[in-house]
Design a protein around this ligand. Structure first.
Ligand SMILES: [Zn+2]
Length: 270
Protein backbone atom coordinates (compact mmCIF):
# COMPACT_ATOMS: atom_id res chain seq x y z
CA UNK A 1 0.00 0.00 0.00
CA UNK A 2 1.20 3.51 -0.84
CA UNK A 3 -0.28 6.89 -1.66
CA UNK A 4 -1.68 6.86 -5.21
CA UNK A 5 0.76 8.56 -7.56
CA UNK A 6 -1.92 10.89 -8.96
CA UNK A 7 -2.77 12.03 -5.42
CA UNK A 8 0.84 12.75 -4.43
CA UNK A 9 1.50 14.52 -7.75
CA UNK A 10 -1.71 16.55 -7.33
CA UNK A 11 -0.76 17.69 -3.82
CA UNK A 12 2.75 18.72 -4.91
CA UNK A 13 1.54 20.47 -8.10
CA UNK A 14 -1.15 22.38 -6.16
CA UNK A 15 1.44 23.51 -3.59
CA UNK A 16 3.85 24.58 -6.36
CA UNK A 17 1.21 26.59 -8.21
CA UNK A 18 -0.01 28.26 -5.01
CA UNK A 19 3.57 29.24 -4.09
CA UNK A 20 4.39 30.61 -7.56
CA UNK A 21 1.18 32.66 -7.35
CA UNK A 22 2.11 33.92 -3.86
CA UNK A 23 5.67 34.75 -4.99
CA UNK A 24 4.21 37.09 -7.62
CA UNK A 25 1.93 38.75 -5.08
CA UNK A 26 4.33 39.15 -2.16
CA UNK A 27 8.01 38.65 -2.96
CA UNK A 28 10.36 38.28 0.02
CA UNK A 29 13.68 39.06 -1.73
CA UNK A 30 14.44 41.11 -4.81
CA UNK A 31 15.54 39.13 -7.85
CA UNK A 32 19.15 39.26 -8.99
CA UNK A 33 18.74 37.43 -12.31
CA UNK A 34 16.06 37.67 -15.02
CA UNK A 35 13.34 35.22 -13.98
CA UNK A 36 13.17 33.37 -17.30
CA UNK A 37 16.92 32.62 -17.31
CA UNK A 38 16.81 31.59 -13.67
CA UNK A 39 13.74 29.35 -13.91
CA UNK A 40 14.89 27.80 -17.20
CA UNK A 41 18.28 26.88 -15.75
CA UNK A 42 16.78 25.46 -12.57
CA UNK A 43 14.25 23.37 -14.50
CA UNK A 44 17.04 21.98 -16.71
CA UNK A 45 19.06 20.94 -13.64
CA UNK A 46 15.82 19.53 -12.17
CA UNK A 47 15.13 17.48 -15.32
CA UNK A 48 18.53 15.76 -15.02
CA UNK A 49 17.80 15.23 -11.32
CA UNK A 50 14.38 13.73 -12.07
CA UNK A 51 16.02 11.27 -14.47
CA UNK A 52 18.50 10.25 -11.76
CA UNK A 53 15.66 9.73 -9.28
CA UNK A 54 13.74 7.65 -11.81
CA UNK A 55 16.73 5.49 -12.70
CA UNK A 56 18.62 5.26 -9.41
CA UNK A 57 16.39 6.08 -6.47
CA UNK A 58 12.90 4.82 -7.21
CA UNK A 59 13.77 1.23 -8.14
CA UNK A 60 16.13 0.79 -5.18
CA UNK A 61 14.34 2.60 -2.37
CA UNK A 62 10.84 1.34 -3.24
CA UNK A 63 12.11 -2.24 -3.40
CA UNK A 64 13.95 -1.85 -0.10
CA UNK A 65 10.79 -0.50 1.57
CA UNK A 66 8.79 -3.50 0.31
CA UNK A 67 11.48 -5.85 1.67
CA UNK A 68 11.43 -4.04 5.02
CA UNK A 69 7.77 -4.96 5.49
CA UNK A 70 8.15 -8.51 4.19
CA UNK A 71 11.17 -9.32 6.36
CA UNK A 72 10.22 -7.08 9.29
CA UNK A 73 13.47 -5.15 9.13
CA UNK A 74 14.14 -2.01 11.11
CA UNK A 75 13.02 -0.41 14.33
CA UNK A 76 9.39 0.37 13.48
CA UNK A 77 8.69 -3.04 11.93
CA UNK A 78 10.00 -4.71 15.09
CA UNK A 79 7.82 -2.53 17.30
CA UNK A 80 4.69 -3.50 15.30
CA UNK A 81 3.03 -0.16 15.91
CA UNK A 82 -0.50 0.63 14.69
CA UNK A 83 -0.51 2.51 11.36
CA UNK A 84 -1.60 5.81 12.95
CA UNK A 85 1.54 5.74 15.09
CA UNK A 86 3.91 4.05 12.65
CA UNK A 87 3.55 6.67 9.90
CA UNK A 88 4.24 9.76 12.08
CA UNK A 89 7.15 7.93 13.78
CA UNK A 90 8.63 7.04 10.37
CA UNK A 91 8.25 10.64 9.20
CA UNK A 92 9.91 11.99 12.34
CA UNK A 93 12.91 9.65 12.08
CA UNK A 94 13.27 10.16 8.31
CA UNK A 95 13.19 13.90 8.88
CA UNK A 96 15.93 13.74 11.52
CA UNK A 97 18.20 11.50 9.47
CA UNK A 98 17.69 13.85 6.50
CA UNK A 99 18.97 16.68 8.73
CA UNK A 100 22.12 14.59 9.30
CA UNK A 101 22.49 13.95 5.56
CA UNK A 102 22.22 17.68 4.88
CA UNK A 103 24.98 18.44 7.40
CA UNK A 104 27.12 15.75 5.74
CA UNK A 105 26.49 17.35 2.32
CA UNK A 106 28.17 20.49 3.64
CA UNK A 107 30.92 18.83 5.66
CA UNK A 108 32.18 16.15 3.26
CA UNK A 109 34.03 17.91 0.40
CA UNK A 110 32.98 15.33 -2.19
CA UNK A 111 29.29 15.80 -1.33
CA UNK A 112 29.65 19.57 -1.06
CA UNK A 113 30.84 19.72 -4.68
CA UNK A 114 27.45 18.35 -5.74
CA UNK A 115 25.32 20.12 -3.09
CA UNK A 116 27.04 23.43 -3.97
CA UNK A 117 25.13 23.41 -7.27
CA UNK A 118 21.93 23.85 -5.24
CA UNK A 119 23.48 26.69 -3.19
CA UNK A 120 25.06 28.54 -6.11
CA UNK A 121 21.58 29.69 -7.21
CA UNK A 122 21.73 33.48 -6.79
CA UNK A 123 17.97 33.78 -6.38
CA UNK A 124 16.00 31.63 -4.02
CA UNK A 125 12.49 30.64 -5.06
CA UNK A 126 10.27 27.58 -5.50
CA UNK A 127 12.33 26.51 -8.54
CA UNK A 128 15.45 26.26 -6.33
CA UNK A 129 13.62 23.46 -4.49
CA UNK A 130 14.00 21.37 -7.66
CA UNK A 131 17.60 22.39 -8.36
CA UNK A 132 19.61 19.45 -7.09
CA UNK A 133 22.49 18.04 -9.13
CA UNK A 134 21.90 14.49 -10.35
CA UNK A 135 25.12 13.40 -8.64
CA UNK A 136 23.84 14.55 -5.23
CA UNK A 137 20.56 12.71 -5.81
CA UNK A 138 22.38 9.56 -6.91
CA UNK A 139 24.79 9.77 -3.97
CA UNK A 140 21.83 10.01 -1.60
CA UNK A 141 20.40 6.61 -2.68
CA UNK A 142 22.52 4.44 -0.31
CA UNK A 143 21.79 6.87 2.53
CA UNK A 144 18.06 6.80 1.78
CA UNK A 145 18.07 2.98 1.56
CA UNK A 146 19.93 2.88 4.90
CA UNK A 147 17.33 5.19 6.48
CA UNK A 148 14.48 2.97 5.25
CA UNK A 149 16.14 -0.26 6.49
CA UNK A 150 17.25 0.98 9.92
CA UNK A 151 14.06 2.88 10.70
CA UNK A 152 11.83 0.22 9.13
CA UNK A 153 9.89 2.46 6.75
CA UNK A 154 7.00 0.85 4.86
CA UNK A 155 6.16 1.83 1.25
CA UNK A 156 3.07 3.68 2.54
CA UNK A 157 4.99 5.69 5.17
CA UNK A 158 7.69 6.38 2.56
CA UNK A 159 5.18 7.75 0.05
CA UNK A 160 3.55 9.97 2.71
CA UNK A 161 6.96 11.27 3.84
CA UNK A 162 8.17 11.93 0.28
CA UNK A 163 5.00 13.89 -0.55
CA UNK A 164 5.23 15.95 2.64
CA UNK A 165 8.95 16.57 2.10
CA UNK A 166 8.42 17.81 -1.45
CA UNK A 167 5.76 20.28 -0.29
CA UNK A 168 8.00 21.38 2.60
CA UNK A 169 11.02 21.92 0.33
CA UNK A 170 8.96 23.93 -2.17
CA UNK A 171 7.59 26.04 0.68
CA UNK A 172 10.82 26.93 2.47
CA UNK A 173 12.73 27.72 -0.73
CA UNK A 174 9.89 29.91 -1.99
CA UNK A 175 10.30 33.66 -2.28
CA UNK A 176 7.10 34.38 -0.40
CA UNK A 177 6.92 37.15 2.21
CA UNK A 178 4.62 35.69 4.83
CA UNK A 179 3.36 38.12 7.48
CA UNK A 180 6.14 38.06 10.16
CA UNK A 181 3.73 36.90 12.89
CA UNK A 182 2.55 33.98 10.78
CA UNK A 183 6.14 33.02 9.91
CA UNK A 184 7.22 33.26 13.55
CA UNK A 185 4.37 30.95 14.63
CA UNK A 186 5.06 28.45 11.82
CA UNK A 187 8.80 28.56 12.62
CA UNK A 188 8.17 26.82 15.92
CA UNK A 189 7.17 23.74 13.97
CA UNK A 190 8.39 23.77 10.38
CA UNK A 191 11.14 25.32 8.27
CA UNK A 192 10.00 28.65 6.82
CA UNK A 193 11.22 30.77 3.85
CA UNK A 194 13.07 33.36 5.97
CA UNK A 195 14.65 30.61 8.10
CA UNK A 196 15.93 28.70 5.06
CA UNK A 197 16.97 31.92 3.30
CA UNK A 198 19.63 32.31 6.02
CA UNK A 199 21.01 28.85 5.14
CA UNK A 200 21.41 30.00 1.51
CA UNK A 201 23.48 33.06 2.47
CA UNK A 202 27.03 33.46 1.17
CA UNK A 203 28.16 34.24 4.74
CA UNK A 204 29.84 31.22 6.33
CA UNK A 205 28.29 31.58 9.77
CA UNK A 206 24.85 31.82 8.16
CA UNK A 207 25.14 28.90 5.73
CA UNK A 208 26.27 26.75 8.67
CA UNK A 209 22.86 27.14 10.30
CA UNK A 210 19.28 26.03 9.67
CA UNK A 211 19.94 22.60 8.19
CA UNK A 212 16.45 21.19 8.84
CA UNK A 213 14.33 20.30 5.80
CA UNK A 214 10.95 19.60 7.35
CA UNK A 215 10.49 20.08 11.07
CA UNK A 216 12.46 22.95 12.60
CA UNK A 217 13.03 21.07 15.85
CA UNK A 218 16.36 19.49 14.77
CA UNK A 219 18.08 22.88 14.52
CA UNK A 220 16.67 23.82 17.91
CA UNK A 221 17.88 20.55 19.46
CA UNK A 222 21.39 20.90 17.96
CA UNK A 223 21.67 24.64 18.60
CA UNK A 224 22.07 25.36 14.88
CA UNK A 225 18.99 27.56 14.50
CA UNK A 226 19.46 31.19 13.46
CA UNK A 227 16.58 33.60 13.10
CA UNK A 228 18.47 36.85 13.73
CA UNK A 229 19.45 37.71 10.16
CA UNK A 230 17.14 40.08 8.26
CA UNK A 231 16.52 38.91 4.67
CA UNK A 232 17.52 42.28 3.18
CA UNK A 233 21.06 41.85 4.55
CA UNK A 234 21.49 38.40 2.98
CA UNK A 235 23.28 37.78 -0.31
CA UNK A 236 22.03 34.47 -1.65
CA UNK A 237 24.53 32.09 -3.25
CA UNK A 238 28.13 30.95 -2.88
CA UNK A 239 30.85 33.56 -2.60
CA UNK A 240 32.99 32.65 -5.60
CA UNK A 241 29.99 32.23 -7.92
CA UNK A 242 28.67 35.76 -7.85
CA UNK A 243 28.65 36.74 -11.52
CA UNK A 244 26.36 35.55 -14.37
CA UNK A 245 29.20 33.87 -16.30
CA UNK A 246 30.02 31.65 -13.31
CA UNK A 247 26.55 30.20 -12.83
CA UNK A 248 25.65 29.08 -16.36
CA UNK A 249 23.99 25.72 -16.96
CA UNK A 250 26.93 23.79 -18.53
CA UNK A 251 29.26 24.90 -15.72
CA UNK A 252 26.69 23.87 -13.12
CA UNK A 253 26.19 20.39 -14.59
CA UNK A 254 29.96 19.88 -14.83
CA UNK A 255 30.84 21.41 -11.45
CA UNK A 256 31.02 18.21 -9.33
CA UNK A 257 33.27 16.62 -11.95
CA UNK A 258 35.45 19.62 -12.68
CA UNK A 259 38.99 19.50 -11.37
CA UNK A 260 38.54 22.98 -10.02
CA UNK A 261 38.95 23.17 -6.27
CA UNK A 262 35.83 24.87 -5.01
CA UNK A 263 36.54 23.86 -1.44
CA UNK A 264 39.05 26.65 -0.87
CA UNK A 265 36.67 29.38 -1.90
CA UNK A 266 33.20 27.95 -1.48
CA UNK A 267 33.58 25.40 1.28
CA UNK A 268 31.79 26.80 4.31
CA UNK A 269 34.52 27.21 6.90
CA UNK A 270 34.04 26.46 10.57
ZN1 LIG B 1 22.49 23.15 2.17
Amino acid sequence: MKLPRWFAAGVVATAALALVWAERRRALRERVEPQITHTGRNLAIAACGALALQLAERPVVRRVAALVVRRRWGLLQRLRLPLWLEVPAAMLLMDYTLYLWHVLCHRAPVLWRAHAVHHIDRDLDASTALRFHFLELTASVPWRAGQVVLIGVSPFALSVWQTWLMVSILFHHSNVALPPGVERALGWFIVTPRMHGIHHSIAEDEVNANWSSGLAIWDRVHGTLRLDVPQRTITIGVRSFDTPDRVRLPEMLALPFAGRDISATAWPQE
